[in-house]
Design a protein around this ligand. Structure first.
Ligand code: FRU
Length: 536
């Protein structure tokens, strides 16, 4: 049986709850930007207005607005009694903070979960003529002071809103699923299952993480739930607790449809700590079956910083996208990163795609097209035979730490051992995003990227096998002050990582080490340096 992380976090949370009542050193009036870590605040990624944030929750599209809720502790910059913070956006890029949506109550903290639009008012919780939004979440009832820190109980609860998510009422019959006797029993993701695509003939299905298994439930009305089946005993990685599952269909360009099951695992990720694995297979309304070998682990993102990600519910069929967002941090060090007035960001929103590769069907992630509105200045990279370093940021009209870059390499006749790009500053700090031709691996190296000493698990060179093949290799990068997201070969290999330079990285060089490589083209963009997050 895997030991739960809440053994540790429960005591941290209790401490921070007490500490949160007193002003910390970061709250003094003369605090400098460096003291608060504001210098590392991302510009176009979602960050909390202040204090602690972890998983994205309850993502749902309703009446022209994308809702983003998130695990939030408003009284401290470390994890503690969980609330659901809330923000909305009309374009997935510009966000407006709204007041906290859900507060802890006598049944416990409000842990991760999902939200749906109850179009047919199956729950009966809709006001006259209104389709209510329903949030489905885990109640975490923590141990009392002095009790065994492992003595907690998790159940599932729901809340509803009849005013477009602006105010929420907890259902009086909570919890809707009692604890089954297993400690880690959480993170419900609910969807409407209707193979006939007829909103009146379907039912609700919930996927829940239970220790290191998945449990599936069904319900006619979101309040009464029946157990359906279990998945996962021998499938995928079991190096940690399973959390934050999701289940949905994706279709390849040639029309092959599969069910994809996302699942976050902590620890046990491919580069250490937290990461998200996925399974490809079938769901028949009762049971999920994995079509790959049981011992195969597939990872959505090989970076150290993409965890607990799930997808938006109720995106209109006319749009058709499966849009994903992850927490851009890692439980190994998320509570120690050198930002004090706020902690952690979300990834850029991404669309998920089922693609045919030589190895089989795989899930690719691509940045949403809406991000293009951030571009303020573009420079086309000319074709060149690259050897050593080539500064490309000098071509921009102004230096910037918020950039987007695409670059295409032709590996035919390449003699270089490693190719890629280097971000650097005048203090000799650097971050490398590269590809090793002999190992056929992408990598991100942040061992000399600024502040790294807050955790021994932070600095390092992290690798990912290349999934794409062929001699044309493409890198698409998003850089935002303290983060880099690499989408290799059209998103078939993804790496998301954060970093904390002592001075912003504004110099960008392409490099080819140990020989040459042909660069066939690319684009470098300045992205807006104006925060896209409206103040609360
Ligand atoms: C994942 C997670 C979830 C849980 C939440 C608590 O990061 O551990 O399983 O619901 O965070 O904040």
């Amino acid at each position: 049986m895997i030991k739960s992380r809440y053994f540790l976090l429960a005591s941290v949370g209790l401490f921070s709850f007490i500490a949160g009542c007193q002003p910390s050193s970061t709250e003094t009036a003369d605090a400098t930007i460096a003291d608060t870590g504001e210098q590392h605040r991302l510009v176009y990624h979602f960050t909390p207005p202040e204090q602690w944030m972890n998983d994205p929750n309850g993502m749902v599209f309703y009446d022209g607005e994308y809702h983003l809720f998130y695990q939030h502790y408003p009284d401290s910059n470390v994890w503690g009694p969980m609330h659901w913070g809330h923000a909305i956006s009309q374009d997935l890029v510009h966000w407006e903070h709204l007041p906290i949506a859900l507060y802890p109550d006598s049944l416990g903290y409000i842990f991760s979960g999902s939200a749906v639009v109850d179009h047919n008012n199956t729950s009966g919780l809709g006001a006259e003529g209104n389709s209510p939004m329903i949030a489905i979440f885990t109640y975490h009832d923590p141990p009392k002071e002095g009790e065994d820190p492992d003595n907690y109980l998790q159940t599932q609860g729901i809340a509803y809103s009849n005013d477009r998510g602006r105010s929420w009422t907890k259902y009086e019959g909570n919890p809707v699923i009692e604890n089954s006797g297993i400690k880690d029993f959480r993170d419900p993701k609910v969807f409407w299952y209707d193979p006939g695509q007829n909103r009146t003939a379907g039912r609700w299905v919930m996927i829940l993480a239970v220790a290191d298994r998945i449990h599936l439930y069904e319900s006619p009305n979101l309040t009464e739930w029946n157990f359906l089946s279990e998945f996962g005993e021998n499938s995928g990685s079991h190096g940690g607790v399973w959390e934050c599952p999701d289940l949905f269909t994706l279709t390849t360009d040639s029309g092959e449809e599969r069910w994809v099951l996302l699942l976050s695992i902590n620890p046990g990720g491919p580069n250490g700590g937290s990461a998200t694995q996925y399974f490809v297979g079938n769901f028949d309304g009762n049971t999920f079956t994995n079509e790959n070998p049981e011992d195969m682990s597939l990872w959505l993102d090989y970076g150290k910083d993409n965890y607990a990600g799930v997808t938006w519910s109720d995106v209109p069929a006319s749009d058709g996208r499966r849009i994903f967002l992850g927490w851009m941090s890692n439980w190994q060090y998320g509570q120690e990163v050198p930002t004090y007035s706020w902690r952690s960001a979300m990834t850029v929103p991404r669309t998920l795609h089922l693609v045919e590769t030589e190895a089989g069907l795989r899930v690719a992630s691509r940045p949403v097209e809406e991000l293009e509105v951030l571009r303020t200045n573009a420079v086309a990279l000319e074709a060149m035979m690259l050897e050593g370093n080539q500064n490309i940021s000098s071509q921009l009209s102004q230096p910037s730490a918020t950039l987007e870059l695409t670059v295409d390499f032709d590996l035919n006749e390449a003699t270089a051992s490693e190719i890629g790009l280097r971000l650097s500053n005048s203090q000799g700090e650097e971050l490398m995003v590269g590809y090793n031709l002999a190992d056929e691996q992408y990598y991100v190296d942040r061992s000399n990227a600024g502040k790294t000493d807050f955790s021994t698990d932070f600095p390092g060179r992290y690798t990912a096998d290349r999934v794409g093949d062929g001699s044309m290799l493409s890198m698409h990068l998003f850089i935002d002050v303290a983060s880099v997201e690499l989408f290799g070969d059209d998103g078939t290999t993804v790496m998301s990582n954060v970093f904390f330079p002592n001075e912003n990285f504004t110099q960008v060089d392409l490099f080819a080490e140990g020989g040459t490589v042909s660069v066939t083209g690319g684009q470098l963009y300045n992205l807006s340096e104006q925060s896209v997050i409206a103040a609360r």
